[in-house]
Ligand binder design. Structure first.
Ligand code: P6P
Length: 340
């Protein structure tokens, strides 16, 4: 791709602002700052054992999960990058119990940024792809945010994206006008549009689920996955392939790139929790992106983006990706005899 003909993230956002006029300058700035923070996170991730950031931080996050040094560092990078710009009322993160209000020494703005600074961190030390996931909402009460300000359904997101730190570092973004992917040119430090208008095929022959949990699944998921595993000899009369990276960003990026269905269902181990993944900073941003790319995303019962959040760190069952497969597994839940 010649240097002259490349579209950078900045050029793309300015063209979006000009064409759709739905990209206020403050939101464009916010996206560019988050993208810049992801460049710095990518730098630290790619240093691996040559840097200071592998291993555990010796602390636990609000979820009770052991924090990796890179989890803590990535969270700090996003906070430091975004606290001074004047476009945010507050931030929230998987790594922080409650919201992070913008310090009084800085001006505040009308947006809320919520993120998983480094998703899939169990893969960090074994050099498997990980990523940053972010979601942008408007603050309903101006720039005075409370934790409740964040508790909005995913349909209210004004932007969402992720950066996948893999063989390439790729930023995937939606502002409600489709999905576009930008590859990081490390030598020039710029994000280059390499995946314009990403679309998810409505059908697929590839599924992603942690099959070691099969004995805990409720019947609708067991029925659906058993049919996939039966292949040509079963009711689907086709062979299916399985992939599970245990890094949502990597699995979702594969689905955006070639189709598939990603599942993290509720199961019998935690009848009080509807699954492992978090609504506000994993399921909602990924569902916005997937729907904007022509896919679907449900919790087995309803559209994820229509769920009314009750708490900042609430969990949700996730079925997302190729539309016809998500609709099938959701139908099995509706027809199912046991509530998921
Ligand atoms: P399991 C990573 O910890 C994560 O939140 C997602 O990125 C990933 O899809 C899932 O959990 C993996 O969970 O139970 O397979 O380790």
């Amino acid at each position: 791709m010649s240097l002259q003909r490349r579209t950078t993230l900045t050029k793309y956002l300015i063209e979006q602002q000009r064409e759709n006029n739905n990209l206020p300058a403050d939101l464009r700035l916010l996206i560019e700052v988050v993208a810049r923070a992801c460049k710095l996170i990518s730098y630290h991730v790619s240093k691996g054992a040559l840097g200071e950031a592998l291993g555990t931080a010796g602390t636990e996050n609000v979820q009770g999960e052991v924090q990796k040094k890179l989890d803590v560092l990535s969270n700090e990078i996003l906070l430091d990058a975004n606290e001074w710009g004047g476009n945010l009322a507050a931030m929230a993160s998987e790594e922080m119990e409650t919201l992070f209000p913008i310090p009084s020494k800085y001006p505040r703005g009308e947006y809320l940024l919520v993120f998983d600074p480094l998703d899939g961190s169990s893969n960090i030390d074994v050099n498997v792809s990980i990523g940053t996931i972010f979601s942008v909402l408007r603050c309903p009460n101006g720039s005075e945010a409370t934790e409740d300000s964040f508790l909005q359904p995913g349909t209210r997101q004004v932007a969402a994206g992720y950066a996948v730190y893999g063989p390439q570092t790729v930023l995937v973004l939606t502002t409600g006008n489709g999905v576009n992917g930008f590859t990081l040119d490390r030598e020039l430090g710029s994000w280059v549009l390499t995946h314009p208008n990403m679309r998810i095929p409505e059908d697929t022959r590839e599924y992603a689920i942690n099959a070691s949990n099969a004995r805990h699944w409720y019947p609708p998921v067991q029925q659906y996955v058993n049919e996939l595993m039966a292949g040509k000899t079963g009711p689907r009369q086709a062979d299916f392939n399985m992939r599970w990276v245990a890094s949502m960003v990597a699995d979702v990026h594969r689905i955006l790139s070639r189709g598939g269905i990603f599942m993290y269902p509720a199961d019998r181990r935690t009848p009080d929790k509807p699954g492992k993944l978090r609504l506000m900073y994993e399921a909602n941003p990924m569902s916005f992106i997937v729907e904007q790319a022509g896919g679907a995303a449900t919790n087995g019962r309803q559209r994820i983006l229509e769920i009314e959040p009750k708490s900042l760190h609430e969990r949700v069952a996730v079925f997302l990706g190729s539309k016809n497969e998500v609709e099938r597994v959701t139908r099995y839940h509706e027809e199912g005899t046991t509530a998921a």
